[in-house]
Design a protein around this ligand. Structure first.
Ligand SMILES: *Cc1c(COP(=O)(O)O)cnc(C)c1O
Length: 459
């Protein structure tokens, strides 16, 4: 009897257990558990058997090589893909879709030691008594901004809601029409105010608001004067707005507290950077006498998602003792990361943010090494702070340019680790200013592998 090529093929199919030893499937078992992976492997092998019987299968080598990938795809579709480390080569430093500010590596490395055990989050090891979980970050924020008091909540939106609830519930908050902006992701200042249960009193016009406008709106029911620094939007031309100092002067005279939403968590003004001109730091707002000022932890501060509130003691205290604080307080993961980043600020250490303005000589060397590895050209392109910060103030510099964007971009996103760049003028741009230099080798390897896959697909 002649050998039946189909039964030969069927006999050559590996056992389920043999496939489970594939590196990708070993990893999949860590993510989904052995049982689920085994079921999926069996399903894929059954499917392959069907295709062989129907004469629809490709070469056995190719089919078998594709099995692990198909199993992982199916598992990801059913149970969701895991959160993955991504190399951000977009040149947008605070990329909201990629998690905003990356933590400094030194801080991220120390975190696990605090997370897989207990820690003295709310405990004084000297006396054995209870402590406020906020006290470490609060002391550091006070030292860094000069504020008498500070409080940390889950994000800046939460900080604003807490202040509004604690200080203005059912009463009026005066804000300039020029600052009633949408911050992004459908976060709109007027809607936030309304949802917090305060009445919005708009003053001035879209392009001009004066101290007299605020003053004219102050009545017996005025609870707060609010100023917002819409970092994702800037007006130019015939414009006027009131400085925090002028607003504070008015507030003190008329006995109405002033809240400034600084937005980006800029603690102090550091090296002169064109992109940050005209944006006050929390330290400056405190010095100007603002009763309260708030900002984000994961924008220019360079920490985890958090809301930073600084100001005078009575104003911060009432927020801390408000029942809503309980719903907005951060967990120890956030507080541990934030404390670490604040200590770096205190020590004056460099942060990932500073990579946007690299030393030209060492940046050149990085680019040349990567360009040689990838056959890339070095061209000029803009980077941005992002996260809504200074959109109209690019940071010009040198980047890598590769031919052929769309297909290459897809292959890079599919790589290990995924690399995200952007396309411009039919080229794929990789901006190393948003990549940790320690990740350069890994980026070059992943990008080169993506180029090879495209080369192979084209034969
Ligand atoms: C980003 C931003 C917010 C929102 O901060 P989150 O920390 O994301 O809640 C609020 N106000 C301003 C001015 C901002 O720039």
């Amino acid at each position: 009897m002649a050998a039946d090529p189909q039964s030969d093929l069927l006999r050559e199919l590996p056992a389920v257990d043999a496939l489970l030893r594939d590196a990708d499937l070993v990893r999949a078992q860590e993510l989904y558990g052995r049982g689920l992976v085994r079921v999926q492997v069996r399903r894929e092998l059954d499917g392959l058997r069907e295709r062989i019987r129907a004469g629809d299968a490709g070469s056995l080598d190719e089919e078998l090589a594709a099995q692990p990938r198909r199993v992982v795809r199916a598992l990801e579709e059913e149970f969701g893909a895991p959160l993955r480390r991504v190399l951000n080569a977009t040149g947008i430093l605070l990329h909201t879709n990629l998690g905003r500010a990356p933590l400094p590596r030194a801080i991220a490395r120390r975190l696990p030691l605090l997370l897989d055990a207990y820690c003295d989050l709310e405990f004084d090891l000297d006396s054995g008594s209870r402590l406020d979980r906020n006290h470490r970050s609060a002391r550091l924020l006070e030292a860094l901004t000069g504020a008498p008091a500070a409080l940390v909540v889950n994000n800046n939106a939460a900080a604003m809601v807490l202040v509004l609830k604690a200080w203005a519930l059912g009463r009026e908050v005066v804000v300039s029409r020029g600052e009633l902006v949408e911050i992004g992701g459908s976060f709109r200042i007027p809607e936030l105010l309304e949802s917090a249960g305060v009445r919005l009193v708009e003053v001035g016009t879209t392009n001009r608001t004066t101290v007299a406008d605020y003053e004219g709106a102050i009545g017996p029911d005025t609870a707060l004067l609010l100023k917002v620094y819409p970092s994702n939007y800037r007006q130019s031309g015939y414009v006027a707005s009131v400085t925090p100092g002028d607003l504070v002067e008015l507030g003190r005279r008329r006995k109405v507290p002033v809240l400034v939403d600084e937005g980006s968590g800029l603690l102090r003004v550091g090296p002169e950077r064109e992109q940050l001109k005209g944006h006050p730091s929390l330290e400056q707002l405190v010095a100007a006498g603002c009763h309260l000022a708030c900002g984000s932890g994961d924008k220019l501060l360079g920490g985890p998602q958090a809301g930073i509130l600084v100001g005078e003691e009575v104003f911060v205290d009432r927020c801390r003792s408000h029942p809503l604080y309980r719903a907005l307080r951060p967990d120890r993961t956030v507080l541990a990361a934030l404390e670490g980043v604040l200590r770096l600020h205190l020590a004056g250490e460099a942060l990932p943010l500073d990579r946007l303005w690299p030393d030209p000589e060492s940046h050149r060397r990085r680019l040349e090494a990567a360009a040689a590895g990838l056959g890339a050209e070095i061209v000029t392109a803009d980077a941005f702070l992002g996260g809504g910060s200074a959109p109209d103030r690019p940071v010009s510099g040198q980047v890598l340019a590769l031919p052929d964007s769309a297909e290459l971009a897809a292959q890079m996103r599919a790589g290990t680790p995924p690399v995200v760049g952007y396309s411009k003028g039919g080229r794929m741009i990789l901006d190393l200013r948003t990549v940790d230099p320690e990740d350069d080798a890994s980026l070059i390897a992943a990008a080169a592998a993506a180029q090879r896959r495209i080369g192979q697909a084209r034969g």
